[in-house]
Design a protein around this ligand. Structure first.
Ligand SMILES: NC(=O)c1ccc[n+]([C@@H]2O[C@H](COP(=O)([O-])OP(=O)(O)OC[C@H]3O[C@@H](n4cnc5c(N)ncnc54)[C@H](O)[C@@H]3O)[C@@H](O)[C@H]2O)c1
Length: 249
């Protein structure tokens, strides 16, 4: 079977771990040249070496670093076909104890970081007349969790912002979509004894996802299979947002 991303130039942020790493592996296996970006240099370099990809240390909360990631990729490869703005940070804690710094840290990565990446890639892709941007949101944007106001708020905002960008960039040949994962066993799962069991039980399908089960969704949205899909949010959550499960009483 032909490779779905043959010779495509792809940037993935938050690629040292979890979903970003799984997406880098899948895109590389599908023939793409992948530039992995992450704030975590050591893990990112090791992952990139294993996968056979490039690594560029990038803090997505810093617009100059995001612009440099994109311009450096274009300088090296001549174009940019796919931008996966995936980096995110988990945040949980009571609303009344949330400090300004807590709030700003999460917004800087989960919302501003996705905006900076969409803008930088959008500029290059609009000029090229082609490209696909896939932004990682969360089903927490639809199904907010107690104690996660800022995290869930940023994820709902990513979906709305990406749809607005999709409208603006559609006439220029650039597609913008989001993926809203459900609970995934990644670096984001808190290190608490018995947590995996609890997370498994909360899912209608009976288990929390492996990041590779989300990476296939990103691949679809990034690939030419989705060439008429833009402004879409693909929820991949094992049915968690479908409704309530019966309690059997
Ligand atoms: N794990 C889940 O249950 C879940 C559910 C829904 C959505 N998501 C989203 O999926 C995306 C990937 O998360 P994951 O589950 O793979 O978690 P993860 O912690 O395994 O990976 C996140 C990566 O982002 C990187 N990162 C953090 N801050 C950064 C910054 N400022 N600049 C660049 N990189 C940065 C981290 O170093 C890490 O490698 C995130 O946007 C997350 O919000 C996760």
């Amino acid at each position: 079977m032909a490779h779905r991303m043959q010779d495509k130039i792809v940037i993935i942020t938050g690629a040292s771990s979890g979903l970003g790493r799984a997406t880098a592996e899948l895109m590389t296996a599908e023939g793409a040249r992948v530039v992995m970006a992450d704030i975590s240099q050591e893990a990112g370099e090791a992952a990139a070496q294993e996968i056979g990809a490039d690594f560029v240390r990038t803090d997505v909360g810093n617009p100059a670093e995001v612009d440099a990631l994109v311009s450096g990729t274009v300088a090296r490869y001549g174009r940019l076909d796919v931008m996966c703005n995936n980096a995110g940070v988990h945040a949980a804690g009571p609303l009344l104890d949330t400090t300004n710094d807590d709030f700003e840290r999460v917004v800087a990565v989960n919302f501003a970081g996705i905006f900076y990446g969409t803008r930088a890639a959008g500029r290059v892709m609009a000029e090229q007349g082609s490209g696909a941007i896939v932004n990682t949101a969360s089903n927490g944007g639809y199904l907010p969790t107690e104690g996660m106001a800022v995290y869930c708020g940023t994820k709902a905002a990513v979906v709305a912002m990406s749809k607005a960008c999709a409208l603006e960039l559609a006439p220029k040949g650039v597609r913008v979509n989001t993926i809203s994962p459900g609970t995934m066993l990644s670096g984001m799962v808190p290190d608490v004894e018995g947590i995996v069991d609890v997370l498994d039980k909360l899912q209608p399908v009976g288990y929390a996802a492996n990041p590779s089960q989300m990476a296939t969704g990103i691949l679809y949205l990034a690939s030419d299979d989705a060439n008429y899909v833009t402004g879409h949010d693909l929820i991949v959550d094992g049915g968690a947002t479908a409704g309530r499960v019966a309690l059997g009483v």
